[in-house]
Ligand binder design. Structure first.
Ligand code: KG4
Ligand code: ZN
Length: 339
């Protein structure tokens, strides 16, 4: 179904970013409008689903207009409309899905459903072409997974978190430190000013599988802070952050290295909001340079690590090639997974 000048309008609304992009041939970003709602959620210490849906309703048509005008593309030049249909918050997803269906129907365009996590992986395609087989380390607010891909569009989860996602652990620990939501970036910054003096546990690091667990680390962190408070002792926030981050990074890099040695991979992709973490990026760059000289590492730029529609357009290009289109019965699937 590929055309020489395939222009996709992609829509993302799975959580707290309303985003619309125009993508040419699956890899060229002509526009990528991202309306973040984070200021509205921050005072609640997390994303409030009802508030998220209301913001998406207000923003979606404005974002569609802006994405088309920034890309200088008219509706009749579009090849298809792509939309995230899961995983995510059901009410939030439904706004994007409804908008995409209406747009596709009104302009008689094919509708392409996209898995949000596939989108995170395909953000890498906006940086450089993919070489298969490859391994993807997906680290976001809701997911922590190692995904093996033999070819475009084929996802095999070889390991995942048994409890909290990496980003979730960052956000929960940040709350205990009194940091605003989401806390990943702030903890990353604090961590660079401190050192690993607390030696928190590295859960499951020695186990012969690719699964993760971050709830023990989170509890250990919270207990350390609460015990100190009871003793009226003040702990160094930078060292706490550095110790927490050291544990997360050591577990993620160790398991990813093992997976890349076990599977015949040509590339390693790191994706999702936590891929914005400076400490993690540096550690993975060092690991690949020293231990995996034949593996190419792709970590997308910060703007493409968080939720955005450009990555949805990149993943949609592959779905389009495979002829995976949806009809107007397409529904949001909040618990959508690869398997
Ligand atoms: O992928 P994403 O934007 O949304 C989901 O699909 O979940 O990821 C958001 C998560 C949040 O938990 C946030 O704290 C985390 O990514 N995050 C970071 C950093 N920037 C964002 N975590 C660690 N270090 C960062 N620099
Ligand atoms: Zn995401």
């Amino acid at each position: 179904m590929e055309t020489e000048n395939e222009l996709l309008l992609a829509i993302e609304s799975s959580c707290d970013e309303t985003s619309v992009a125009v993508i040419r041939n699956g890899s060229e970003v002509l526009s990528n409008i991202i309306a973040s709602q984070i200021n509205s959620h921050r005072r609640f210490g997390g994303v409030v689903p009802e508030v998220a849906s209301r913001h998406h309703v207000e923003q979606i048509t404005l974002c569609i207009d802006e994405a088309l005008s920034e890309a200088e593309v008219s509706v009749d030049e579009l090849s298809a409309v792509a939309v995230t249909y899961g995983p995510g918050l059901v009410g939030a997803l439904l706004i994007g899905v409804s908008a995409a269906k209406a747009f596709a129907w009104a302009h008689d365009l094919p509708l392409i459903p996209v898995n949000h996590m596939a989108g995170h992986i395909y953000a890498a395609r906006l940086v450089e072409p993919l070489s298969f087989p490859l391994m993807a380390l997906l680290v976001s607010g809701g997911h922590t997974e190692l995904v093996y891909m033999k070819e475009d569009g084929a996802y095999q989860i070889i390991g995942e978190t048994r409890d909290d996602a990496a980003g979730e652990a960052y956000d929960k620990v940040g709350r205990v430190l009194g940091l605003p939501y989401p806390s990943g970036r702030e903890i990353d910054e604090l961590a660079h000013k401190g050192s690993d003096t607390f030696h928190f546990p590295r859960a499951m690091i020695k186990e012969d599988n690719y699964d993760f667990s971050f709830s023990g680390l989170k509890s250990s962190f919270i207990n350390t802070v609460h015990n100190a408070e009871q003793r009226e002792e003040i702990l160094n926030k930078e060292d706490l952050a550095a110790s927490f981050q050291a544990s997360v990074i050591e577990v993620l890099t160790t398991k990813t290295l093992r997976a890349c040695r076990e599977y015949p991979v040509k590339q390693l992709i790191v994706a999702g909001g936590v891929a914005a973490n400076k400490g993690l990026r540096e550690a993975l760059e060092k690991m690949v340079a020293e231990e995996l000289p034949d593996v190419g590492l792709i970590i997308p730029p910060l703007k493409l690590c968080g939720d955005n529609a450009a990555m949805i357009g990149a993943a949609a290009h592959i779905e389009m090639e495979k002829g995976h289109t949806a009809d107007y019965y397409l529904n949001a699937v909040p618990g959508l997974s690869f398997n």
